[in-house]
Design a protein around this ligand. Structure first.
Ligand code: UDP
Length: 238
């Protein structure tokens, strides 16, 4: 099968169906724009399982996602979309780059979720941009930006209480959306939702259960990913 795209944590292949792609979850972990790299056994499998579970949860709540069907532990069929080159970040608690850019201290709760946009460009280090930049760069129309923002906030309203049920605080997360190849006027959720793309803190201990364990060399990276997956599976089945 023809490899169409290789990212830091996933590969995308063409399929016989022009409106479908094969997505593969890799065991690679990267941070600081690829400067730090490691391989973690089973990471691909765990990330696919969690992303799948969360996207199915979102679909049940009426959020359109790219997920079509699973092939095996690390491969799923997804809808072919043209990715919008804007990373949409939703924050419930201050952490990460927000604390570097502003006066918020790590852990400060935000009264209302903050939505931020970042240009998806590794060479530029994914800089933060505004809705005006998005319009001028023609990355998306103002109507599409409104859809991205409303979609991201709706997803937060679904995921935040879900994770709370599992004893995890959804601190922040990053989403990517795409236009359907078969109908570019339709925007759906694409990419992944995993501990690579979310910050999740244990509600009782405050322990970080996400990629910050790798970024900050906190150890037990995969143990935390496995724990997040287990708690999410238990919550879905309860
Ligand atoms: N994030 C991501 N990919 C990126 C940048 C950020 O998935 O390229 C996620 C990150 O894991 C966190 C949220 O988006 O959950 C907000 O990240 P932040 O802007 O604080 O940047 P970072 O701390 O990663 O520098």
């Amino acid at each position: 099968m023809k490899l169409l795209y290789e990212g830091k944590a996933k590969r995308l292949y063409e399929t016989e169906q022009p409106d479908e792609l094969l997505m593969e979850f890799k065991d690679d972990a990267t941070a600081f724009n690829g400067e730090k790299h490691a391989l973690f056994e089973n990471k691909g499998r765990m990330n696919q399982a969690l992303s799948l579970l969360l996207m199915q949860l979102l679909e049940k709540e009426g959020v359109a996602t790219h997920f079509v069907r699973t092939i095996d532990d690390i491969h799923m069929i997804v809808k072919n979309v043209e990715i919008i080159k804007v990373e949409v970040v939703v924050r419930n608690v201050a952490a990460g780059s927000l604390c570097k850019r502003t006066w918020f201290e790590e852990g400060a709760p935000l009264k209302t979720p903050i939505v931020e946009y970042f240009l998806k460009d590794d060479d530029l280090g994914d800089p933060m941009i505004s809705d005006d930049h998005i319009r001028e760069m023609e990355l998306a129309t103002p109507e599409e930006v409104a859809q991205l923002k409303a979609g991201a906030l709706r997803i937060n309203e679904i995921l935040k209480p879900f994770f709370l049920k599992t004893g995890l605080n959804l601190v922040d997360f990053k989403l990517e959306f795409g236009r359907l190849a078969s109908d570019p006027s339709t925007i759906i959720l694409a990419d992944e939702i995993t501990p690579d793309t979310c910050r999740l803190w244990d509600t009782t201990t405050g322990e970080k259960m996400d990629k910050d364990r790798f970024r900050r060399d906190l150890g037990n990276v995969m143990e935390s990913y496995a724990e997040v997956l287990k708690r999410a599976e238990d919550a879905v089945h309860s």
